[in-house]
Design a binder for this molecule. Structure first.
Ligand SMILES: *Cc1c(COP(=O)(O)O)cnc(C)c1O
Length: 431
């Protein structure tokens, strides 16, 4: 496969942009390659500037649940472009979008649109702190909630619950109120609340974590989170930036039967444009400016173009509930194919799937939290990634990313992917 043009663009890119990219995972650094540069995409396929075609399992990291350039999503966007791209004054479509989210998501009464998932989680935490008057927040290692200072924290060695920054540029003082727990660990969660419960403003969690590979949250764990936050009057925030409208139209409350106090969205709700949102119970959302004293604003928030594509996506998902069955069937087929390849090759690797998200871990045994998955054999993954790419299958260029399946993936492409998976596994393990 020829990557001459990508290589030449990359050379210029690194001159003008840190690492040549606008988001680190795109640099392909963790797989030891240089990035491919994209020319265009359609449906389930993405094409690089050298004319190579790939079956795309990144799907922009989740937003493209209906595939690239879906006509339903793009409907009316050209008209909107002509009528203006941003006003800084309210539009009706923002109201329609908010109504769609509130009606779909059990437990929240109002939403505020923002421009990214990072902004959504950061703002939700501020609202939760404003509402409770408490300082501490609890997150779980391996869950990603965007790159705001207080959330770029991992558990320190020694005392389990006090974290250390995962990045320079974040003073210890800024994260001293962030506690870090182990995902799916109920005993530790009880301990944390016994010690700090009365100071915890909120708990933020991915109900299904898509940022340490795909690690499903256990229902008992999430139920305990619900019960314990109720007991201590902490705000429970579900970070649904990946899971929102992907697990099903009702997202996690429908999937698990558990309602949070607040929820954060992004990815799918923008239909491929930059969007985020956070919502919550009325009493909490009443804290937010201009109704309440908690300040949060955005020049381009609720942007009409983004609202248009988001609304088209959500309405389609709402009116076609069978989409989720179709997606799940495709993903289940792929999962089975991967598992049967592993069996044929005598390999024992962890495979996870929830709905249209799949995780393949280069470890044997279970994948229930970050401690399990951090021991993945990254060298093997890198060989695997490269072999997949060479066969025209683009997966996330890092072990700790999930595979995203869209409605555009065809049966034939799934079969091609399963075959590529077989060959790539063989390659990684020298079989
Ligand atoms: C992607 C992601 C975010 C951050 O969203 P951005 O739009 O990249 O800022 C937050 N939480 C989760 C669960 C995510 O997957």
């Amino acid at each position: 496969m020829d990557h001459t043009r990508s290589e030449s663009i990359y050379k210029e890119a690194v001159r003008y942009m840190p690492g040549g990219v606008n988001s680190p995972v795109r640099a392909f650094k963790s797989v030891g390659l240089n990035p491919i540069f994209i020319d265009h995409a359609a449906g389930s396929k993405i094409y690089d500037v050298d004319g190579n075609a790939y079956i795309d399992y990144i799907c922009s990291w989740g937003p493209l649940i209906l595939g690239h350039g879906n006509e339903v999503v793009l409907e009316g966007v050209m008209e909107q472009l002509k009528r203006g791209t941003s006003y800084g004054v309210p539009t009706q479509i923002e109201v329609e979008m908010a109504k769609l989210i509130v009606e779909a998501y059990k437990g929240i009464d109002q939403v505020r649109m923002v421009n990214s998932g990072t902004e959504a989680t950061m703002s939700a935490i501020r609202a939760a702190r404003g509402y409770t008057g408490k300082k501490k927040i609890l997150k779980f290692e391996g869950c990603y909630h965007g790159h705001s200072d207080a959330l770029l924290v991992k558990s320190g060695s020694g005392t389990i619950t006090y974290g250390v920054p995962t990045s320079p540029g974040i003073p210890e003082d800024v994260i001293k109120h962030t506690l870090v727990g182990r995902y799916n660990d109920m005993e530790e969660l009880k301990e944390i609340f016994k010690t700090h419960g009365s100071d915890i403003a909120c708990v933020i969690v991915e109900t299904i974590s898509g940022n340490m590979g795909l690690v499903p949250g256990k229902k008992e764990f999430l139920q305990l989170l619900r019960d314990i936050t109720n007991e201590y009057q902490s705000v429970l925030i579900f970070d649904e930036v990946i899971t929102g409208f992907r697990l099903g139209y009702g997202s996690s409350p429908e999937y698990f039967g558990i309602e949070p106090d607040m929820a954060c969205f992004g990815k799918i709700i923008g239909g491929g444009l930059p969007v985020g949102a956070y919502g919550g119970k009325e009493a909490i959302m009443n804290m937010i400016s201009p109704v309440g004293p908690v300040y949060q604003a955005g020049t381009l928030s609720g942007n009409p173009l983004a609202m248009h594509m988001g609304k088209n996506t959500l309405e389609y998902l709402r009116d076609h509930p069978d989409v989720y069955e179709v997606l799940n069937e495709k993903a289940a087929y792929l999962e089975e194919g991967i598992k049967s390849n592993l069996k044929k090759l005598g390999l024992d690797l962890a495979v996870t799937r929830v709905g249209s998200l799949i995780g393949l871990f280069f470890i044997s045994g279970k994948a229930e939290n970050y401690d399990d998955v951090k021991n993945c054999d990254l060298e093997k993954f890198n060989i695997y990634f490269k072999a997949m790419l060479e066969q025209g299958v683009l997966i996330g260029p890092a072990q700790f990313e999930a595979m995203f399946i869209s409605t555009a993936h065809t049966q034939e492409e799934l079969d091609q992917t399963i075959e590529a998976n077989y060959n790539a596994l063989k390659c990684a393990y020298n079989l």
